[in-house]
Design a protein around this ligand. Sequence first.
Ligand code: SF4
Length: 363
Amino acid sequence: MPMPKESNDVLAKAGEYLEEIKRLASEPFTIMEVCGTHTVAIAKNALRDILPPTVRLISGPGCPVCVTDSSDIDRYLYLAAQPNMITVTFGDMIRVPGSKKNLQALKAEGADVRVVYSTQDALEIAHKNPDKDVVFLGVGFETTAPTVAISLEIAQRDGINNFSVLSMHKVVPPVLRLLAEDEQLDVDAFLDPGHVCAIIGTQPIEFMAKEFGKPGVVTGFEALDILEAIVMLLRQREEGRSDIEIQYRRVAKAEGNPYAQTVVKRVFEPVDASWRGMGLIPGSGLGIREEFGPWDAIRKYSLPVFHSPETPGCQCGEVLKGRIYPTQCALFGKRCTPLKPVGPCMVSSEGSCAAYYRYSQRS
Ligand code: SF4
């Protein structure tokens, strides 16, 4: 059966990009993809296997579930175990192991844990269960924060007082700075996260190119997007430039999304946050402002701070910092598989370990 014209067009374009990459990559060039969705797209399309050996792609800390610290996981497990509590979360969180168990195990023991697809669903659960406390686990980057902010504004406006959010949201620019300052990290350039930059724009990450000489391209999530972005980064090297450019022009603008930025600022404020394997990063989290205190689970339940160890043997932290490939973890594919994950990088649909396991990868 003949291939549809669109498929031929895609293949022809991919071929053009690959030819250009080969021409431009006579010298080694290492690129970090910051975003977990890029990691999955690269793995699914076997891009590592078709790039010339001089171009190395390594994965970074762009999966929000994976970077959630063990202490935060134990904290929400503690909250979920409280009487009269309904814990509401997005799907991946339910299987992420804390130091003793995960939400799935807690649910099996009788805790009321529910998976939702939107914060609207979470508000609906609170509305329908007025005699229960409903807590939403807020995990995500700048892309998720606006809808969670809106849910808090609705809860405040409508007096939905049995609803609260445990905010574990994180923002990307501070972790990029940490990576740029990491002398052990051998990276020439970055594929910057398309959806995060669609919200924040490019200004908050300009310092990567100007201060640290690490060019970046805000990239979409199709194979052609990623190949084009690699061409753009290599051209910057050829021309001796270091800029933040946008490949994902159909979605991301230099100014980002001012409405979403305003909503987030109204509800959240910058706080220091712990990242798995990377420690406390100043200003890298989003805490709920005092005005929304009655809907902030940390204040509402006077939540204790946990100091939980990393899962023994799991090297998620090293994977997230780009120091090792997932396949270099001794547990990869042996004790740790998607069916029996040891660490969050194997649980999450955007986790590097899961992506490497699901799709055979060159490393
Ligand atoms: Fe952690 Fe499993 Fe990945 Fe190893 S393979 S780093 S144990 S998630």
